[in-house]
Design a protein around this ligand. Structure first.
Ligand SMILES: C[S@@+](CC[C@H](N)C(=O)[O-])C[C@H]1O[C@@H](n2cnc3c(N)ncnc32)[C@H](O)[C@@H]1O
Length: 207
């Protein structure tokens, strides 16, 4: 689902950029070894391009494919980053146009909870990742949109709530798809928004 006006403003502002660089990325960076080098990275739901710039800065892959369903986001991301190592494309994360066994590392900054058929997306991540690839994600779940602040977010933001996973369901589905979970960290800053940071490593069967 593309973002409604309220969420477009939440995502497309300097505070979001600050939180992503100073809070989210350091947690994820520490979850996987510092000495692994990456050739190819994928970022799903790249939004306005802040994440892909940070992936380049803190994970240094040779090439980054960054995709988003929303053309507006791709236009903004291309304006923000003029780096030949980053390629932006309009694409559905549940129907990736990349070959099997292609990526060394995949990033998801708060997008899978937007996808009604989120299971298809996780299958696509497993298909396009190499055996041994890392997955780093920052996600919300149906628990993020319950309780008092969560209920308020639910009123303001547009998501496929009926189809949305809870955190355990997300972890279980990742494991069932071959992503061995290395670390998780649950947070709820100021009691405002429950979310998970997670690192996993893909083990393909029959490889
Ligand atoms: C909450 S925003 C997060 C943007 C950015 N990753 C960030 O952390 O600021 C979710 C993004 O996912 C994109 N999106 C939603 N459904 C998608 C899908 N099926 N495939 C690719 N991108 C999708 C939206 O257009 C939006 O840019």
């Amino acid at each position: 689902m593309i973002l409604n006006k309220a969420e477009f403003l939440v995502v497309n502002n300097p505070l979001r950029d600050f939180i992503q660089e100073k809070y989210e990325i350091p947690i994820l960076r520490k979850m996987i070894p510092a000495d692994v080098q990456f050739e190819t990275a994928l970022e799903i739901g790249c939004g306005t391009g802040q994440g892909s710039g940070l992936i380049k800065k803190y994970f240094a892959p040779v090439k980054i494919e960054a995709i988003d369903l929303d053309d507006r986001m791709i236009g903004l991301a291309q304006k923000r980053n003029h780096d030949h190592a980053i390629n932006y494309s309009q694409m559905d994360a549940a129907k990736l146009e990349f070959p099997d066994d292609h990526f060394d590392i995949i990033f998801d900054f708060a997008i899978i909870h937007h996808i009604p058929n989120w299971q298809d997306c996780i299958h696509e991540l497993a298909r396009t990742a190499k055996d041994g690839a890392f997955l780093l994600l920052e996600e919300l779940s149906i628990e993020s949109f319950s309780g008092i602040p969560g209920g308020l977010w639910k009123k303001i933001l547009d998501h496929p709530y009926e189809k949305m996973f809870d955190f355990q369901e997300l972890e279980d589905f990742l494991e069932a798809t071959g992503f061995q979970i290395l670390q998780t960290k649950y947070s709820n800053p100021l009691g405002l928004l429950k979310h998970i940071s997670l690192a996993a490593k893909l083990k393909k069967t029959g490889v």
